[in-house]
Design a protein around this ligand. Structure first.
Ligand code: ATP
Ligand code: MG
Length: 340
């Protein structure tokens, strides 16, 4: 098996591209190939039009930020940040200048003389960023740089990194397994599964028009409801008395996978589909109601977003209907590919 297979990605100059996928999908491997830390068996890696496939990591004009920041414990923040420049034999004054500038950008100026062990997790993360910034590379590669931070700090740092990236305008490839991080940070998001690129598009496009059932289920939380149903003359049959009309000729086979996001469903007084409530997740502004419904003869787990009105109780039977029947997602049951 290949860790990464036929990955064809073009990252625009100045773009922030996020690679997202489950654990083991080949994200780190792809990034390490770009960095030159992993060999490429087939194909090539180009940076700014220059073929760097056989170039050593240090000649690729990239800077990498890892999940483990790997700061040198015996060096100060300033020394950590300037170390790569020292190796490049830059004059001391130039190093000090660049370190000061990066420290200013990252709010690290007060900490320049401290050692890493006297910093918080978030501050260490910023030092790791600083080490990459001072090198003024043409590309940043970041592999889950926020995974060591707690939830609140992660959200803050997320915003800081995107702001910094747009200020510097440096082309950035950012790896995460967190789809929320991907959607909020990326200009475009590339979804990987088992080393194979599933779709690369803007966050909006991924959400509104997922290219296959994997992307449909992976992007968005809670996940899109996906059910395989029989296609009749009038449309997709959810139950004996419940048909979702489909555009004429939209589906050729006897079955289709129907996808509806939780916000595409609503609770209704009558009609719709009967669902037994199994869990109510109240989030303040809205709530998610999970339950089981008989669809096409089989019990299916369904989730509905409820943003107003009373919430049902556990065990209650509610009725669920589509908000906009013409806006369901359709996928091929054999291949999972979106039906345009
Ligand atoms: N050095 C290696 N030798 C052989 N297989 C490897 C090696 N490194 C990774 N793999 C395999 O390649 C696949 C992709 O691994 P990779 O580390 O790129 O995944 P990932 O998407 O970064 O996952 P995670 O989110 O867990 O970091 C996995 O199946 C992994 O077991
Ligand atoms: Mg990884």
């Amino acid at each position: 098996m290949r860790a990464v297979d036929k990955l064809d990605l073009r990252v625009a100059d100045g773009e922030f591209l996020v690679l997202v996928g489950p654990s083991g999908s080949g994200k780190s491997t792809a990034l390490r190939m770009l960095a030159g830390l992993e060999d490429v068996d087939e194909g090539s890696v180009l940076i700014g039009g220059r073929d760097v496939t056989t170039e050593a990591p240090k000649d690729r004009d990239i800077a990498m930020v890892f999940q483990s920041y790997a700061l040198y414990p015996h060096m100060t923040v300033a020394e950590n940040m300037g170390f790569a420049l020292k190796l490049q034999r830059l004059p001391k004054a130039r190093i000090a200048e660049r370190v000061a500038e990066a420290a200013r950008l990252l709010d690290l100026t007060p900490y320049l003389d401290r050692r890493p062990r006297a910093l918080s997790g978030g501050q260490r993360q910023r030092v790791a960023m600083g080490r990459a910034i001072v090198r003024e590379p043409s590309v940043f590669l970041m592999d889950e740089p926020l995974s060591n931070l707690d939830a609140k700090l992660r959200v803050e740092t997320r915003a800081n990194i995107t702001a910094l990236q747009s200020r510097l305008g440096t082309t950035t490839l950012y790896v995460t397994h967190d789809q929320v991080e991907a959607m909020t940070m990326g200009h475009r998001v590339a979804v990987l599964r088992d080393g194979v690129l599933q779709q690369c598009a803007t966050p909006r496009e991924l959400y509104d028009r997922p290219g296959n059932t994997f992307v449909a289920g992976f992007i968005g939380s809670p996940a899109m409801n996906l059910v395989t149903v029989t296609v009749g003359d009038d449309g997709a049959l959810l139950a004996d008395d419940l048909v979702v009309p489909l555009p004429r000729g939209a589906v050729s086979g006897p079955e289709v996978v129907l996808g509806v996001r939780p916000e595409g469903l609503r609770l209704v007084g009558e009609g719709g589909l009967a669902m037994t409530v199994q869990l109510v997740e109240e989030l303040g502004a809205d709530a998610f109601v999970y339950g089981e419904a008989m669809i096409n003869g089989a019990a299916k787990r369904i989730v509905v977003r409820v943003s107003d009105g009373a919430l049902p109780a556990f065990g209650e039977t509610v009725r669920v209907a589509l908000r906009e029947p013409h806006r369901v997602h359709l996928f091929d049951p054999a291949t999972g590919v979106r039906n345009p």
